[in-house]
Design a protein around this ligand. Structure first.
Ligand SMILES: Cc1cc2nc3c(=O)[nH]c(=O)nc-3n(C[C@H](O)[C@H](O)[C@H](O)COP(=O)(O)OP(=O)(O)OC[C@H]3O[C@@H](n4cnc5c(N)ncnc54)[C@H](O)[C@@H]3O)c2cc1C
Length: 456
């Protein structure tokens, strides 16, 4: 496998036209998305800039207590990961500073002494508006580096793609060119400016109250090393049956990488390179995993980059909205309140088990996520309310929630990236999933028993 320390131009974008500050005391990298010290293009780019300016590198994280939909479950995992990343950065002679403050204010303040500043590309509104705000306030150069996609989006597409079939060839034809290990660059000048006050991450972590949601680090230990080790287990013990068994909720062969990918604790490119290192031949299993990680994940990011309304019913394709609205007043087999759904109190034991898995572990099997979401559509009195309820539950309980994958996949339940099917009550032309279908394709009773066992 090839190695290189070069950061491809296609990952780099200068966001403002300010000059660099030749008097700057450090280069600043605001690490808001890619919380890792390895295989991180934004970090290595910032190291190179620091070496060019003959100054140290400072990595900063602004912990925003107002971050949309964040709760103590998410924060616990994220803060634990950041603690480990901070230690790893210090081992590389890179400074790390953490502050409970709006990242905009925090970074703008730090930028006054910076030679220039780097951010990592995010795909959601929050990061876009943060960087937009920074552009207006900064008097030094701001560069964005894309590090959380396999193939950079600037090379994939400049518009919203219709479906996996339209984005797949665009990703796949460039994939091999991007399968290159990123070599680290040594830091020439160690960070030693200790006049910058930093908050104690452990203290913030200790202050979490977990009032209506518990921590799930028992199921998902946080940090890059934990992700690497779990992924190696998957490659050694499970990938051989990924294609055959990935859709079997009672006995799945899955990587469980989504929480780590969401918080940037692991690089998607690392996962593909590591897979190719241990599995040198292509197979149905490696192709199927590549499809999920490189194609489907890219489709979700593409959706959030190009669709402003990515978190609302409005984002759906015209045919789906029209058809769902036509059937808006159809009689529902059953209506449940949001609370009943949250408590897993429906008449469907398999759905309740899926909800329980999500509440208990912060994760749910992919096939059950599809079934879970499709049923909610049938149990709410309007499709808009079903949409908001599904997003609410998804983003509250999943450790990988609030991700481009969350928004694209919830929208998929309602017709995004799909086609029209045979028209039915309530669902209109939107694809339906029934308990009968679940029983034909999987063993939901074994899944229910497994979740019951886990919750004892
Ligand atoms: C209703 C619904 C809601 C979902 N909500 C989320 C969410 O909040 N966050 C989230 O990350 N994923 C979400 N998904 C997508 C998918 O279910 C998860 O990414 C996957 O189950 C994570 O488990 P894994 O890492 O073990 O997957 P693996 O099968 O091991 O796949 C490896 C990686 O490929 C990517 N991937 C897998 N399936 C998909 C997919 N359908 N779309 C895009 N990328 C995919 C993920 O990054 C995943 O970590 C949702 C799917 C549905 C149907």
């Amino acid at each position: 496998m090839k190695r290189s320390a070069i950061i491809p131009e296609s990952r780099i974008e200068i966001l403002n036209d300010a000059e660099v500050n030749r008097e700057g005391k450090y280069v600043l990298y605001l690490m808001q998305r890619a919380h890792r010290s390895e295989q991180n293009f934004a970090l290595e780019y910032a190291v190179k800039l620091a070496n060019q300016h003959s100054c140290p590198l400072l990595v900063a994280f602004g912990y925003d207590p107002e971050f949309p939909d964040a709760n103590d479950r998410h924060l616990d995992f994220m803060l634990g990961g950041l603690q480990k990343t901070a230690q790893a950065l210090r081992r590389r002679n890179i400074g790390f500073i953490f502050r409970t403050e709006s990242p905009l204010k925090f970074a703008a303040g730090l930028s006054e002494e910076a030679a220039e500043m780097v951010v990592d590309k995010g795909y959601l509104r929050y990061h876009r508006s943060l960087y937009h705000g920074l552009c207006r306030r900064l008097t030094t150069r701001l560069t964005q580096v894309e590090t959380d996609s396999v193939v950079p989006h600037s090379l994939v597409s400049d518009k919203q793609e219709y479906a996996a079939r339209t984005i797949r060839p665009k990703v796949m034809k460039q994939l091999d060119d991007h399968l290159v290990w990123l070599d680290t660059t040594s830091v020439n000048i160690a960070f030693q400016l200790d006049h910058l006050p930093t908050d104690d991450i452990q203290r913030v972590r200790d202050s979490l109250r977990f009032s209506d949601i518990h921590s799930v680090t028992e199921f998902f230990p946080e940090g890059t090393a934990a992700a690497r080790s779990r992924f190696d287990d998957f490659l050694k013990n499970e990938l051989a049956e990924y294609d055959k068994l990935r859709n079997q909720p009672h006995d799945p062969r899955l990587s469980h990488m989504s929480p780590y990918l969401h918080f940037g604790q692991i690089s998607p490119l690392y996962l593909l390179l590591r897979m190719r290192e241990l599995w040198d031949r292509k197979s149905k299993n490696t192709e199927s995993f590549t499809e999920e990680l490189a194609v489907r994940r890219s489709l979700s990011q593409n959706f959030c980059l190009h669709q402003r309304e990515y978190d609302s019913f409005e984002c759906l394709p015209g045919w789906a909205k029209e058809s769902l609205n036509k059937h808006k007043d159809d009689e529902r087999e059953q209506i449940y309140t949001r609370k009943q759904l949250e408590n897993g109190e429906t008449n469907d034991p398999y759905w309740n088990a899926a909800q329980q898995e999500m509440v208990l572990t912060g994760y749910m099997h992919n096939h059950m996520r599809m079934y879970w979401g499709k049923r909610i559509l049938g149990w709410c009195n309007t499709p808009e309310y079903a949409y908001q309820t599904t997003l609410y539950l998804n983003n509250k309980y999943f450790l990988d929630g609030r991700d481009p994958n969350s928004f694209a996949n919830v929208a998929w339940l309602f017709g995004l990236h799909d086609q029209g099917w045979k028209e039915r009550p309530v669902y209109g032309k939107v694809r339906i999933m029934t308990q009968g279908g679940l029983k034909r394709k999987t063993d939901p009773e074994a899944y229910r028993k497994k979740v019951e066992q886990m919750s004892r």
